[in-house]
Design a binder for this molecule. Structure first.
Ligand SMILES: Cc1cc2nc3c(=O)[nH]c(=O)nc-3n(C[C@H](O)[C@H](O)[C@H](O)COP(=O)(O)OP(=O)(O)OC[C@H]3O[C@@H](n4cnc5c(N)ncnc54)[C@H](O)[C@@H]3O)c2cc1C
Length: 285
């Protein structure tokens, strides 16, 4: 199907992009999700604002105590960049498991987050790694914690006039590590998550003193599974402790049946993948 007719603009600066954005427009980065949705006529913006020619947005940068991933950093770069691998391994793995080679070479990490698909990989990584979203418009810049950014299916906390210019994540300190694992829709790792989980843990003097676990694919949005993190804190991270904590993966999050599994199966997968992600993060500490 062809999309409805639309105007196209390719600004050369963020200021020009902000000026072009309104209720009837859509930002385009890699176009990997926007264009299919326009062809299916699920999105019919009057104007497509292509940010692909704006300079300076395609970098992963070292901010001292944090790293920043710019709006035009592709999945392939997120997956392989030394800074992301060192400080946000869960996000790097999630990017490496996003779609196929073409998608990873074209789509952007910020685009995947802004798209807010219920079964996307990188949102869980961003939540677990404590990312902050940098949203900017002509009115200024605001910071949105990743755990509050995903609102509903294909709905983020971004306003129509905002560009997600970057995401910022704290650097991993001593005793901290993260990991991501999922069941892809076609089995194994390829394609969107039937269910997936990202975990970040901090260990000190043999016990876990902080943990975050995020679940994707099972509800209407990627979500922080707070009960799992709380149950891990104070334990030694033994197999017994991990299993007991992961049992709580579906406690406080919305779980829904979909084309890929019943509610019961999704609850089961949330627990299985929470445990896997936590085990992998602990092994990397
Ligand atoms: C064949 C195929 C397989 C896929 N497999 C997977 C998979 O396994 N796992 C997975 O998670 N995803 C998968 N995807 C989805 C895809 O990887 C991402 O959704 C996509 O790459 C989003 O990034 P983009 O730069 O292409 O965004 P676009 O398609 O350009 O935009 C997507 C949405 O985000 C908005 N947007 C983009 N960038 C910004 C920004 N900087 N600021 C504000 N709004 C913005 C757009 O307005 C639009 O609403 C797949 C896609 C395809 C086509």
């Amino acid at each position: 199907m062809y999309p409805r007719s639309f105007d196209y603009t390719a600004p050369s600066s963020l200021e020009e992009a902000y000026a072009a954005l309104n209720e009837d427009s859509k930002v385009m980065a890699g176009g990997m999700s926007l264009l299919p949705l326009m062809k299916m006529r699920l999105f019919s913006p009057a104007v497509v604002v292509d940010i692909g020619r704006i300079g300076g947005l395609d970098q992963v940068t070292d901010g001292g105590d944090h790293i920043e991933i710019g709006a035009l950093v592709r999945h392939a770069t997120t997956a392989s960049h030394d800074l992301v691998l060192a400080h946000a391994a869960a996000l790097a793995t999630a990017a490496s498991l996003t779609g196929d080679v073409q998608v990873r070479n074209r789509g952007t990490t910020c685009g995947s987050l802004a798209h807010a698909d219920v079964a996307a990989d990188q949102p869980a990584g961003a939540i677990a790694c404590g990312a902050v979203m940098i949203a900017a418009s002509s009115g200024g810049t605001r910071e949105i914690p990743a755990a509050e950014f995903f609102v509903d299916s294909l709905t983020s906390a971004l306003r129509p006039d905002e560009v997600l210019t970057a995401i910022r994540m704290p650097k991993a300190g001593a005793g901290e590590a993260s990991a991501y694992d999922k069941l892809g829709r076609r089995g194994g790792h390829s394609d969107y998550a039937v269910a997936g989980a990202a975990a970040w843990v901090r260990k000190s003097n043999g016990s876990i003193d902080a943990a975050r676990v995020a679940i994707t694919g099972v509800g209407t949005r990627p979500q922080l599974a707070e009960a799992v993190g709380e149950a891990l804190v104070g334990t030694d991270g033994s197999e017994e402790a991990v299993k007991a904590a992961a049992e709580r993966a579906a406690d406080e999050i919305t779980v829904l049946e979909d084309l890929y599994g019943s509610e019961e199966y999704k609850r089961h997968l949330a627990k299985v993948y929470a445990a896997r992600a936590v085990r992998q993060a602990l092994a990397a500490v």
